[in-house]
Design a protein around this ligand. Structure first.
Ligand code: PMP
Length: 428
């Protein structure tokens, strides 16, 4: 039998860090990743046959559980007709119509192949449309690995951005301004000083890449107002929240209409898919309708569209989101009670199928609070859960995901593991 360890040794020899995306490597929690052989429903099985209840869900896409027959069969049907055409195909049209129907602000949409492509394309479009160059992002938000986003704040929001990765030119980082999330006063101050230079403000409307942080009441509406006042575009990065926190995404849940939105994850049903879309007058600037260039050999791929459309059918089932919400609430409420019993300082954020676990007694609303949590205790909890067959995201700064395949029994099994893992984590 091949073991996880053997595979990781082979991987380390031929793949940077042994993985094709960094967080998979378990660097922040320590230890070595397992290699998944198959996935079904709420669970993953590694190459050694160990089963894990999975709260990562491929980092978000698997909202109906792994290997759902409706999605699998749609893909199986699609591949009968070929894998890629390089011409338009009917499923792309249905996909665009479906997104426009489900997401309030989207009139016109372009398919791409990842969340990163979607956000990179959206800011190019915003710059092309406004004729401005600066963009604003938030500390702790992640928008993929485009150069413009791998930037952190200098010593004050108004100082020029600093690259967070070698290879990102300083000159490009200068154009990205970074603000603290959930601080409307800071955003107002920045816009009052350079608002007329800002092409776009991009935000995760619920932040899912600094653990899980919800927008304060009125925060998103306040940002909307600022952008409108100053002629900057508001971009909601709904790669994670889209079709997750509500059928129409965070913009439907919070009733705030962005100019552009970006999507990924759920929209592809597990295939490599992203999209960006929004106001017709802005989207008509995209080539070939307009002068802002953006293209993709595999964009709108027929197999990926089939998977995505099958997923979008499933999530339109009546009460889907009520049920997802109930299960996530059950999970987080029972985990909170177990932490309390174990005497572990613990708090939770939750919105529909998305949650964050924090090893602190405080309610967490900011990046500074999220980063002040007890990471060492999270790491002990993570390993305590893993050895009891529950897989959480291998970092204290990632959101967790519940799927509709996480039944009450699966959640009860999770809780049993958590009781023991909390008790263990509490011991230093
Ligand atoms: N935006 C957000 C909010 C994300 O969470 C992610 C990925 N986690 C991305 C963009 C990038 O998507 P991808 O990994 O598909 O490039």
């Amino acid at each position: 039998m091949t073991t996880n360890h053997e595979l990781f040794q082979r991987a380390l020899a031929r793949i940077p860090g042994g993985v094709n995306s960094p967080v998979r490597a378990f660097k922040s929690v320590g230890g070595e990743p397992f290699f998944t052989a198959r996935a079904d429903g709420a669970c993953l099985w590694d190459v050694e046959g160990t089963r894990y209840i999975d709260y990562v869900g491929s980092w978000g896409p698997m909202v109906v559980g792994h290997n759902h027959p409706h999605v699998r069969e749609a893909v199986a049907r699609a591949i009968q007709d070929g894998l890629s055409f390089g011409t338009p195909c009917p499923a792309e049209v249905t996909m665009a119509e479906t997104i426009a129907k489900l997401v309030p602000s989207v009139e016109v949409v372009r398919m791409v192949n990842s969340g990163t492509e979607a956000t990179m394309s959206a800011i190019r479009l915003a710059r092309g449309f406004t004729g401005r160059t600066r963009i604003v992002k938030f500390e702790g938000c992640y928008h993929g690995h485009g150069d413009a986003f791998l930037v952190k704040a200098g010593s004050g929001a108004l100082t020029l951005g600093v690259p967070t990765s070698p290879g990102v030119p300083k000159a490009l980082a200068d154009l990205t301004l970074t603000l603290p999330y959930n601080d409307l006063a800071a955003a107002r101050k920045l816009f009052s000083e350079v608002g007329d230079e800002i092409a776009a403000l991009i935000i995760e409307p619920v932040a899912g890449n600094m653990n899980c942080i919800l927008p304060r009441d009125g925060y998103l509406a306040g940002l909307r107002e600022l952008c409108t006042q100053h002629g900057a575009l508001l971009i909601f990065d709904e790669v994670m929240t889209g079709f997750r926190v509500a059928l129409g995404g965070a913009q439907a849940l919070y009733g705030v209409k962005p100019d552009l939105s970006t999507f990924g994850k759920i929209i592809g049903g597990g295939m490599p898919v992203g999209a960006y879309g929004g106001r017709r007058d802005i989207m008509q600037m995209v080539a070939p309708a307009g002068p802002v260039y953006q293209a993709g050999t595999l964009s709108g791929n027929p197999v990926a569209m089939a998977a995505g459309l099958a997923m979008l059918e499933l999530i339109q089932t009546p009460n889907f989101y009520d049920e997802l919400d109930r299960r996530t609430r059950l999970l987080t409420d029972t985990l909170s009670a177990a932490a309390l019993e174990a005497g572990v300082p613990f708090s939770v954020n939750r919105v529909c199928g998305m949650f964050g676990l924090f090893f602190t007694a405080q309610n967490v609303e900011t990046y500074a609070q999220a980063t002040a949590c007890d990471v060492a205790m999270f790491n002990r909890f993570f390993h305590g859960m893993l050895k009891r067959g529950v897989y959480l995201a291998p970092s204290a700064f990632e959101a967790g995901f519940v799927s509709i395949a996480h039944t009450d029994q699966v959640i009860a099994d999770t809780l049993a593991a958590a009781r023991a893992a909390f008790a263990e984590a509490a011991q230093r």
